[in-house]
Design a protein around this ligand. Structure first.
Ligand code: HEM
Length: 278
């Protein structure tokens, strides 16, 4: 029994594509072959990391782990800026840094990088394109922000709404939603209080009542690297992989595929290479 993990499977596809490109196959046709090879992943890639969320919805050629997570993070940031409730945390109103000011471009980039690293780690990305989370402890970051339950839920909804546009598997979506909800005690130190007064700037003075380290759930030593690496592994039915990755990939939808027999020959060639390699 071969032990083919996500990286081995992805590397194999990359090798095949490199050979095709070197043999003057067009990029579109090569990607179509990659899609075809990718469709065999559920039957070939059987190690634990093959069905982790991030890998499951990435594609070794057209959308690697970091491209997938960057998409999620960019949608999240723009979703926040489009919401009057959330924008105030990013434009200098409810939090000192104005991320919308072009002179704070570097800070915005750092925030984006940290969010990518965070979600990359949470969602089990393992293709090496995303570094380890290098940001601060979640409680530390958010404790002085007047985030109430409605704000917290709206933020999470932006992420899950976006994921729902590219992921049809409800179990996987529920996994992410549950994970985000589980962070409530770290992000939203005001949430355990009655939400009668929703005027964040007046009532919710986070520094008074909320001592995050005491009120919050057992994970008080929230070194994100330890907290998040354990939970994300999901192994659900991997049948939706191709549909989803194709939706995400603008190039693959409007490119002609090579003929069916051509793909079959290439797939057979690929499988032959695989069996030789392992
Ligand atoms: C599950 C929900 C959330 C997660 C996982 C999350 C995660 C993060 C992460 C990883 C960072 C980067 C930390 C760093 O650069 O060191 C960050 C920063 C930030 N978050 Fe959140 N966050 C969440 C919810 C929220 C909400 C609801 C708001 C406000 C509406 C918010 C506002 C901010 C702001 C303003 C920063 C920048 C802080 C700074 O640069 O000092 N976050 N968040």
């Amino acid at each position: 029994m071969l032990k083919i993990n996500y990286d081995a499977h992805s590397s194999f596809i990359e090798v095949v594509i490199d050979k095709l490109l070197a043999a003057n196959f067009s990029v579109n046709d090569s990607e179509a072959v990659a899609d075809a090879l990718e469709s065999f992943r559920p039957q070939i890639c059987l190690e634990a990391d093959c069905n982790i969320f991030c890998n499951k919805y990435s594609h070794p050629v057209t959308m690697n782990n970091s491209e997938l997570i960057e998409l999620v993070v960019d949608e999240t940031i723009s979703g926040c800026l489009e919401s009057s409730n959330l924008k105030r945390f990013f434009d200098g109103t409810d939090f000192p840094t104005n991320f919308t000011d072009p002179s704070n471009g570097l800070l915005l980039m750092a925030l984006r990088t940290h969010l990518v690293e965070f979600f990359g780690q949470v969602l089990g990305c393992s293709d090496g394109t995303i570094g380890n989370y290098n940001g601060r402890n979640l409680t530390e970051i958010h404790k002085n922000m007047p985030i109430n339950l409605a704000t917290f839920m709206e933020f999470n909804q932006i992420i899950t709404d976006f994921l729902a546009t590219v992921i049809t598997n409800t179990t996987d979506l529920a996994f992410v939603a549950d994970y985000l909800a589980s962070l409530e005690s770290q992000i939203c130190t005001n949430c355990s209080q009655p939400t009668t007064t929703n005027s964040p700037t007046t009532t919710n003075s986070p520094t008074t009542t909320n001592s995050p380290t005491t009120t919050n759930s057992p994970t008080t030593t929230n070194t994100p690297t330890t907290t998040i690496t354990t939970t994300p592994t999901i192994t659900t039915t991997p049948t939706n992989t191709n549909t989803n990755t194709n939706t995400n990939t603008p190039t693959s939808t409007n490119t002609p595929s090579p003929s069916a027999s051509g793909v079959q020959v290439l797939v057979a060639f690929g499988l032959l290479l695989l069996s030789l390699a392992f």
